[in-house]
Design a protein. Structure first.
Length: 302
């Protein structure tokens, strides 16, 4: 259904409604390196009833052949995005170009960069391994609001039975008005935090024990990752399990150890992250619980 070449002409006219004409797209500067290829800013002409130009983010799939596993992953992501609908705390899917290579995914353009880079840029001193860095520009209320936004986005995704599999501050984007938007669904991504294990690059430090040792990914393992994301927010973007190798992290988690409360971390927030790290997945809160808990924290701050 994605305009893939087919030998059966009967299906030639079956087009996805989200296909956008490539000729109406002007690709501008590169924003960075994405999961399947580069990410660019682009201008889309007369997109979905909006006359004139809409700024979009274009995710490219470099080539079908390299690596071979990318194509099914790309279409899987497309299927997920097409059925999603929109939510203010989730990066919107706007369309795709799959008539020929390179394939494009068109996404809502979010101008403020990742939550991770925002947290790190806000530090008074640029040392990501120490956990004492106070923020010069982000109040604790703003930090709690970030967590609330992510919980709302994840509550929406989980209500649609979508498992993120890679929830972390690097995969949350910040809009100009500081709204956080969950981005980057799927798992097959390359990069330094995706540590190699059994020929797969995995975000070890964000993974629940059942994901690490039984390859189980569920909404409850996303909740575990949300707990790690809370820890990232509190530490202004430190790398989880500081000073430990990924192998050490796996042993540590397996034996029931958890990250301790970071200095200056509010007791209530630590209690929430610790609940996300319950050994038994069903003992962890739901994203609905987490959304509510973050809202309560915000209300208590004033
Ligand atoms: O941290 P960044 O500036 O934000 O660098 C990465 C890069 O592309 C590779 O993922 C940016 N990026 C990804 N998706 C979007 C988007 N929807 N809008 C704006 N920038 C994006 C991301």
């Amino acid at each position: 259904t994605k305009n893939q070449p087919t030998t059966d002409s009967v299906y030639e006219d079956v087009k996805t409604s989200s296909e956008f004409p490539r000729s109406k797209l002007t690709v501008k500067e590169k924003l960075g390196q994405g999961r399947f290829g580069d990410v660019f800013r682009a201008e889309a002409l007369n997109m979905s009833g909006h006359p004139g130009i809409t700024i979009v983010a274009v995710k490219t799939l470099k080539s079908v052949s390299s690596p071979a596993a990318s194509l099914p992953a790309f279409f899987k992501e497309l299927d997920v995005l097409e059925m999603l609908g929109s939510h203010p705390n989730v990066v919107s899917f706007l369309g795709c170009c799959t008539d020929e290579e390179p394939f494009y995914l068109l996404l809502e353009y979010v101008s403020g960069g990742s939550l991770q880079s925002n947290l790190r840029a806000s530090r008074t001193q640029q040392t990501y391994n120490n956990l004492h860095g106070g923020s010069k520009s982000l109040s604790s209320r703003v930090l709690t609001k970030f967590a609330w936004d992510v919980a709302k986005g994840m509550n929406f995704l989980s209500s649609r039975k979508i498992i993120h599999r890679d929830l972390a501050t690097r995969n949350v984007l910040v809009a100009a008005d500081r709204t956080c938007k969950v981005s980057d669904f799927g798992i097959s991504r390359e990069g330094e935090v995706y540590e190699r294990r059994a020929n797969a690059c995995l975000p070890i430090r964000w993974m629940a024990p059942e994901s690490l040792f039984q390859r189980l990914c569920t909404v409850q393992s996303d909740v575990w990752s949300f707990g790690v994301l809370l820890w990232e927010i509190v530490t202004l973007g430190a790398t989880p399990y500081p000073g430990m190798t990924s192998r050490q992290v796996m042993g540590y988690v397996k034996h029931g150890y958890r990250m301790e409360k970071p200095p200056h971390c509010d007791d209530k927030i630590y209690k929430i992250m610790a609940a996300c790290w319950e050994e038994e997945p069903t003992d962890r809160p739901s994203f609905q619980d987490l959304e509510h808990a973050m809202e309560t924290l915000i209300e208590e701050e004033y």
